[in-house]
Write a protein that binds this ligand. Structure first.
Ligand SMILES: [Zn+2]
Length: 128
């Protein structure tokens, strides 16, 4: 919570300093430039504080989730069908519980396209 307050204060300071640096009556010019530099530092600090606040929030949520007492123990999902389990995840049987569209296996071209998409997704930083 405190980190989020620091982030808001730093963002406000960055905005105010930027507005002050853009004032036309500001002389000499180096004062405006140093004010703008200070605004950039505050913006950088605000970004770090927002990231830290998100991290703290995520850790807090996971700890709350982990310590909930009404949760049942984690049970991994069952395989969709015995064919899938015994054919190295290649074939689905008639008793498969998956939707029909999810039973298909990817061709090599589709796997390459999927790998490319996954690599691009991970390169971009994920779904932040
Ligand atoms: Zn199946």
């Amino acid at each position: 919570m405190t980190t989020r307050i620091y982030a808001h204060a730093s963002a406000a300071a960055a905005i105010l300093l930027t507005a002050g640096a853009c004032h036309p009556d500001l002389h000499p010019r180096w004062i405006g430039l140093s004010t703008l530099f200070t605004a950039v530092l505050f913006a950088w600090f605000a970004r770090r504080c927002y990231a830290q606040a998100r991290l703290e929030r995520a850790v807090q949520q996971r700890l709350e989730w982990f310590h909930r007492e009404d949760d049942e123990p984690f049970v991994p999902p069952a395989p969709c069908c015995s064919f899938w389990r015994h054919t190295d995840r290649q074939v689905h049987g008639p008793d498969c519980t998956r939707p029909a569209g999810a039973r298909t296996t990817l061709t090599s071209e589709e796997e390459a396209a999927f790998a490319g998409l996954a690599a691009a997704f991970h390169r971009a930083g994920g779904a932040a």
